[in-house]
Ligand binder design. Sequence first.
Ligand code: NAD
Length: 428
Amino acid sequence: MIGTGYVGLVSGACFADLGNTVYCVDKDKKKIEILNNGKVPIYEPGLNEIVKKNFLSGRLVFTSDLEKAVKNSDIIFICVGTPSSKKKRSADLSYVFMAAKQISKFINKFKIIVTKSTVPVTTGDKIEKIILKKRSKKFFEIVSNPEFLREGEAIRDFRFPDRIVVGSNNKKISKKLEALYEPLIKKGANFFSTNRRGAEMIKYASNAFLATKISYINEIANLCEKTDVNIEDVSIGMGLDKRIGGRFLRPGPAYGGSCFPKDTKALTITGDLYKTDLSIIKSVIKSNSKRKIILINRVKKILSNKIKNKKIAILGVTFKPNTDDMRESTSLVAIPYLHTLGAKINYYDPSGFKKEFSKFKNVVYCKNMNDACLKVDLIIIHTEWDEFKSIDFKKISKNKKIKVYDMRNLYSSKKMNNLGINYYSIGR
Ligand SMILES: NC(=O)c1ccc[n+]([C@@H]2O[C@H](COP(=O)([O-])OP(=O)(O)OC[C@H]3O[C@@H](n4cnc5c(N)ncnc54)[C@H](O)[C@@H]3O)[C@@H](O)[C@H]2O)c1
């Protein structure tokens, strides 16, 4: 595995758990040192145990020595980041191309080189060209095997994936990948093979579709708030239609995380490059940025536009529960904005302190929910971590007039109103 981040580490540990010998390589020496000291640098439920077990068995090796890893491996997965490029919003492929260049120097026998990173269609062709500068075609094959795991559920998603997609222009190589994944296929995972460009496209098209579903239900929630309709009933009623399906129909903050925002943008840039207007995805991106403003305006309204010196507790700042990933979380926009308006913010997240907020004077990290909520004017539930699901708001805040803005609809409006809590939620 070249790149030992969320994808490389989870996949590497899980492949080792299936009996393979795996070298997890990272250029970040500190990360490798942490792993070699028996610690895991990211928060992902269940990962510690798998890493520990396989590290101790010797099947899982952490190293910065890319040469040793490449020379000793038959299959090499590129799992480096593909963030949005600073200027163009397209995918920044510099890490992928750098990894390809480095791999090409150490190909000592036939290698299957697999792109697990999310890369725009035709990237496989470009990687092939880079490697051809050092090695002839008989020494390698480039394959696309996009990753669909979800942070927070990554181990389960690796072990029981809905589908495994492999894109190769060579049938024999597809079969080799199928053999690698055989233990998962035997347990019921669908294996789907197509050509290389097809697999690259499937990943982007899937992420953009899921982002569309979230933005769609968020906009319908906006309308429900104005028409006195309960969005939850709408989601259930819609989801019962098998053509639609109930998942990803829960309204909340703007979609965030390390994938949807960058992948939707990158796909529209690919569309533009090929003179194809992906107008639906473009409007999803717009809708999602507007969402952040809509929710902040709602906070202003809840506090009657008097934000200065108001004490606000924010519960959960990651973009979703069971991860420490802060990339593109709505909290990164909302907290600085409320701070600028003069709010005093306590935040608590089960995954710990976030360096992203350390520069704001009146944004304080609290070690637990009780400290965060003490005597605040408003509690905002931003991320649906389990521990936020049965809070005694009056007790925890010691404020009889506590206001609660539940951005995840974790509580019943009726019950909250009966308790005399000023309760606001999404689309209800
Ligand atoms: N995070 C997810 O939930 C998820 C899910 C599916 C797909 N993906 C895709 O997988 C890819 C990786 O995502 P991630 O979240 O794991 O990224 P990440 O930023 O957590 O990890 C990438 C790692 O690669 C390392 N790296 C970069 N260049 C290197 C090189 N030349 N040699 C060795 N190491 C190198 C970095 O130091 C970093 O540790 C992205 O393309 C992403 O879109 C991510």
